[in-house]
Design a protein around this ligand. Structure first.
Ligand SMILES: NC(=O)NCCC[C@H](N)C(=O)O
Length: 303
C-alpha cells in the first residue's frame, strides 16, 4: 500500500475506522483517562456498547457510499478501540506510530494487518520520550500543525498527550516542513476546560476554512497566527458548549464532503452555506468519551 497524506481535506481513498465492539464495561473513575468520560461515569450516563456500535457503523456506511477502502482493527476483548486516530498517523508516505498513553498502548497491535501492507522502511517510531497522539497532529501542505502542552506540570495532566520533545522529533523527521505547535488548555476534571487534542478545538475544512475554539489555546498569539493563516473571513468560531459537544471533530471525505454529527445544527448549516455536503450521522453517545469523528478515523491515503 502506498500511503499518502498531505492535508486534512483531500479526497479520502483509504482509512482505518475504529470499532466499538467489545469496548468493555464502563471504566471506574480511576481508570477513565478523560474528564468527559468521568462526568458520564458519575452521572450514570456512560455510553452503552450497542449504541456506540450502531453509531460507528453509520460512519462505515458513509465510507462505503463514497467508495473509501476501510480497514477495521481486530477486536481485543473488553478494550476501548474507538479512537484509532491517536494510535498512529500518516504524513506523506510515512506511518508514524504514536507514543500513546500507556493505558491505550495495546490498540496498535490490532491493526497488524494494515502494518503488514506498508513498506517497513516507512514505519517510524519516535524516541520513547517523545509523547504524541494522532489527534494532535495535522499535516497542512508545507506545514505540520501540532497540539501540545508546554507547562512544567505536564506530567500531572493525563489529558496532555503530546510533549515538546515530540514537536522537535517531528521537525527533525520532516526538515522541509514547518512544524507549528500550539499550547493547549488542559484540565483533568472539567471537560469544558480541556482541549484533549488539537482536533478537539480546531480543524481545517473545505478548501480554505477552519473551525476553531479560541479558549482552547493557552497563548492568544498562537490562536491569532491560525486566524491569520486562514483569514478571518474563513474562520468559524465555536462556543465552549460546542467545543464540549466536539463540533471541531467532524471528518472530511474531501473538500466538498464532510461527515458531521446530526445535532450540530449551527455548524452543519454553516458548512452547507460554504457549499459543503454534510453527511449527518448520530454520534452523541461516542462523544461522551471526549472524541468524535476525526478521533475515530486514521486516514491512510488521500489524493
Ligand atoms: N483525537 C482525539 O481527540 N481522540 C479522543 C480520545 C478520547 C479518549 N477518551 C482518550 O482520552 O484518549
Amino acid at each position: 500500500m502506498k500511503l499518502h497524506i498531505i492535508n486534512e481535506t483531500s479526497r479520502l481513498r483509504a482509512v482505518v475506522l475504529g470499532t466499538a465492539k467489545s469496548n468493555g464495561p464502563a471504566p471506574s473513575l480511576e481508570e477513565a483517562y478523560d474528564p468527559k468520560s468521568k462526568e458520564h461515569i458519575l452521572a450514570g450516563t456512560y455510553p452503552k456498547e450497542e449504541d456506540m456500535v450502531e453509531e460507528i457503523e453509520a460512519v462505515a456506511a458513509v465510507f462505503e457510499k463514497y467508495d473509501v477502502k476501510v480497514f477495521r482493527p481486530k477486536i481485543i476483548p473488553d478494550y476501548n478501540q474507538i479512537f484509532t486516530r491517536d494510535i498512529a498517523f500518516v504524513i506523506e508516505d510515512k506511518f508514524i506510530k504514536s507514543n500513546i498513553l500507556p493505558d491505550r498502548e495495546k490498540e496498535i497491535e490490532a491493526i497488524d494487518e494494515v502494518l503488514k501492507q506498508i513498506n517497513p522502511e516507512k514505519i517510524i517510531k519516535l524516541p520513547e520520550e517523545a509523547h504524541i497522539e494522532g489527534g494532535d497532529v495535522m499535516p497542512m501542505g508545507d506545514h505540520i500543525f501540532v497540539g501540545t502542552y508546554k507547562g512544567k506540570d505536564y506530567k500531572n495532566f493525563i489529558t496532555a498527550r503530546t510533549n515538546i520533545q515530540a514537536v522537535d522529533a517531528l521537525q527533525q523527521l520532516f526538515p522541509d516542513k514547518k512544524v507549528v505547535s500550539f499550547n493547549l488548555k488542559k484540565s483533568n476534571t472539567i471537560a469544558r476546560d480541556n482541549a484533549l487534542h488539537l482536533d478537539c478545538c480546531f480543524q481545517p475544512v473545505g478548501k480554505n476554512k477552519a473551525i476553531i475554539y479560541k479558549e482552547g489555546f493557552l497563548n492568544p498569539e498562537e490562536y491569532d497566527w491560525l486566524v491569520k493563516f486562514f483569514g478571518r473571513a474563513n474562520i468559524y468560531e465555536i462556543t465552549r458548549d460546542e467545543m464540549y459537544d466536539m463540533n471541531s471533530n467532524i471528518f472530511s471525505i474531501s473538500e466538498e464532503v464532510v461527515i458531521s454529527e446530526r445535532n450540530f445544527t449551527r455548524l452543519n448549516a454553516w458548512l452547507r452555506e460554504q457549499g459543503i455536503k454534510v453527511e449527518e450521522v448520530p454520534y452523541a453517545e461516542i462523544s461522551k468519551q471526549e472524541g468524535l469523528l476525526r478521533c475515530s478515523t486514521l486516514p491512510l491515503i488521500r489524493d
